[in-house]
Design a protein around this ligand. Sequence first.
Ligand code: HH2
Length: 272
Amino acid sequence: MAAPPVNRPLVMGVLNVTPDSFFDGGRYLEPADAVVRGRQMVAEGADLVDVGGESSRPGADPVDEVEELRRVLPVVEALAGEVRVSVDTAKPAVAAAAVAAGATLVNDISGTLWPVAAEHGVGWVSMHMRGTPRDMQLHPHYEDVVAEVHGTVLDAARRAAAAGVPEVWVDPGIGFGKTAVHNLTLLAHLAELVAGAADLGAGVLVGTSRKTFLGRLGRPGEDPRPVHDRLEESLATTTWALAQGAGMVRVHDVAGTAAAAALTGRPDRLAA
Ligand code: HH2
């Protein structure tokens, strides 16, 4: 499996073409607005734009394939000539159509779409999720969250490599079937995932941006701070992930993250 070509950590900007995503839902439902936002993120330093047409926030309702295609395809097509585009989907047909429209990375929260990536010769993200968005936050439980999450994503990465996927990223799936303690434990042990992934020639992708556990920090027993009030924690956790060796971070706030990526790359990666 070829290692992702990384001289410094990459910044993946989040672009949700949905009415209900937990942070940017409803802002970019019009393709023209989404394309403007994508270009803005590129100007702010995004290396990739991750286009999604189905929210995976806790409790989200599934979106049918036709509607998801209608949302994402025009945006992928418009941006693919200007920036590397990934498609955030768990549906094989949406992944394949987005790749035909120019996407070169399948960002797959379901952890199942490596055959699509192998067939089309594009990259794939092996993300960990326990359950589905509908039920994943009801009773998250692990005997050993680090071993179970790392084992799952690295096993899937091995299968993808064996199937011929040319570029693989592993992602602990922060917030996907995990308590705040699980998320913080996974972040604390990120360097171990980076080492395990490196043995496979894979990189590590981390997405903490604006997630609920950040609103809970320092507020035991209280309601989490609202999503618009989680920028500092997003930048702090993203910078931590970069400093631990993550090769890519997935964020809504691109400019500050691009600065962090420029500052925190591992020296051996910065040296090119
Ligand atoms: N998080 C979200 C969606 N996709 N993909 C990867 N690889 N890693 C993540 O942590 C991740 C992801 C959730 O964030 P967002 O897209 O902003 O929200 P929503 O799912 O409500 O659209």
